[in-house]
Design a binder for this molecule. Structure first.
Ligand code: NAP
Ligand code: MG
Length: 400
């Protein structure tokens, strides 16, 4: 059988530990037998990041900017212990942070649903995608411990030297203080990414903030979304038969829990961080969560939401066969291949992505899965090693 041909290469960002092992197996067992795989390869493994003074991360992000679609393996974000373990020159920054800063995107996270794993919330039938604004707010804050009585003020000094002042609080005793910011440009990018992604996936878009309390800060987010929607997306949404609506975050939480799922919930940075963990857990498992970074100018980077599964890797190094779940990483590949097929007009490649996902889901729905899922599964399940699981998927894929 002739292999499927590609036009434009994918940007391939290899990574670390157990996910790096799975990465190679997925390519070898599930993709290369069917697709004449074209990639521009970047090794984001920690050793190579160290050797290149992290230049490889920057190069890979620039390649994604140029080529439009990337697929990324989980990578180690070094801490003091990793600096020692790998003998690093520096405590390199999070690769995801570096890539996000270059592509300026929004992260969309969605769970992969299987029949035997029931969401904790009984009404949920379809995936809920969280769109997290990945810039600013409390993640770029400036904080202070207030030792005792005194006045805290917000001061903005314009380029012309003019000052604007507001009293934050007249402290009578000790406490804490925090300042944070965001940018119109970043909020606009966030809005465009969300509207585009909703159109691309034909799902309703919800957006929530705490604008009743934060009458300037959160209100700015609400207003910019409304303006951008009216100006650039309203017609397209109506044509696609999808809706955009804004609601206070308290109301959003209540509606989300009562919903069937099947929509995108856009959240500010902190809300998205917390809500994506809540949604992932309520749907079953972090190992079944996909993640895609979408830039406002339409570049896509696909990955699994989980990390490098270090504990499994140490067992693998000792020669043990592990039962690490490769599903989210398989879906990162299928997502990237499908998008590449869509952009390059290659229906065979899009169709292959669909078949790969279906073969993966069918394997689980027939009872064969990794240990993490078997523990959650209602019904007969056969817990297998990662390689056995991949072989079972390959068997289904080959017989179609
Ligand atoms: P993790 O790799 O996601 O693993 C945490 C635990 O969750 C694992 O020990 C495992 O539990 C379970 N788990 C996660 N993914 C699984 C899978 N595919 N199959 C089966 N079980 C899975 O998070 P971490 O241990 O906090 O971080 C490890 C490294 O990953 C760190 O160096 C961190 O910097 C990096 N990280 C990278 C990314 C990224 O690149 N996007 C994201 C997060 C973390 P059991 O051990 O109980 O089986
Ligand atoms: Mg979190």
């Amino acid at each position: 059988m002739a292999k499927i041909q590609m036009k434009t290469p994918l940007v391939e960002m290899d990574g670390d530990e157990m996910t790096r092992v799975l990465w190679a197996w997925i390519k070898e067992m599930l993709i290369e037998p069917y697709v004449d795989l074209k990639t521009e390869y970047f090794d984001l493994g920690l050793r190579h990041r160290d050797e290149t003074n992290d230049q490889v991360t920057v190069d890979s992000a620039n390649a994604a900017k140029k080529l439009g679609v990337a697929v990324k393996c989980a990578t180690i974000t070094p801490n003091a212990q990793r600096v020692e373990e790998y003998g690093l020159k520096e405590m390199w920054k999070s690769p995801n942070g570096t890539i996000r800063a270059i592509l300026d995107g929004t992260v969309f996270r969605a769970p992969i649903l299987v029949d035997g794993v029931k969401p904790t919330v009984r009404t949920w039938k379809k995936p809920i995608t969280i769109a997290r604004h990945a810039y600013g707010d409390v993640y770029k804050n400036t904080e202070m411990r207030i030792p005792g009585a005194g006045k805290a003020e917000l001061v903005f000094t314009g380029k012309d030297g003019e000052e604007t002042r507001k009293t934050v609080f007249d402290f009578k005793g000790p406490g804490v203080l925090q300042g944070m910011y965001n940018l119109d440009g970043s909020i606009a990018s966030f809005a465009h990414s969300c509207f585009r992604y909703a159109l691309g996936t034909k799902q309703d878009l919800w957006f929530s903030t705490k604008d009743t309390i934060s009458k300037v800060y959160d209100h700015r987010f609400k207003d910019m979304f409304a303006e951008i929607y009216e100006k650039d997306y309203k017609d397209a949404f109506e044509k696609a038969g999808i809706t955009y609506f804004y609601t206070l975050i308290d109301d959003a939480v209540a509606r989300v829990v009562r919903s069937e799922g099947g929509f995108i919930w856009a959240c500010k940075n902190y809300d998205g961080d917390v809500m994506s963990d809540m949604v992932a857990t309520a749907f079953g498992s972090l190992a079944m969560m996909t993640s895609v970074l979408v830039s406002p100018s339409g570049q896509y980077e696909y990955e699994a939401a989980h990390g490098t599964v270090t504990r499994h890797y140490y067992r693998y190094l000792k020669g043990e066969e592990t039962s690490t779940n490769p599903v989210a990483t398989i879906f990162a590949w299928s997502g990237a291949l499908r998008k590449r097929g869509e952009l390059d007009g290659l229906p065979e490649l899009q169709d292959f992505a669909d078949r790969l996902e279906q073969a993966t889901l069918d394997t689980i729905n027939s009872g064969t899965m990794t240990k993490d899922l078997a523990l959650l599964y209602e019904g007969e399940s056969n817990s297998v090693t990662s390689r056995e699981f991949l072989a079972a998927i390959a068997g289904r894929l080959g017989s179609r």
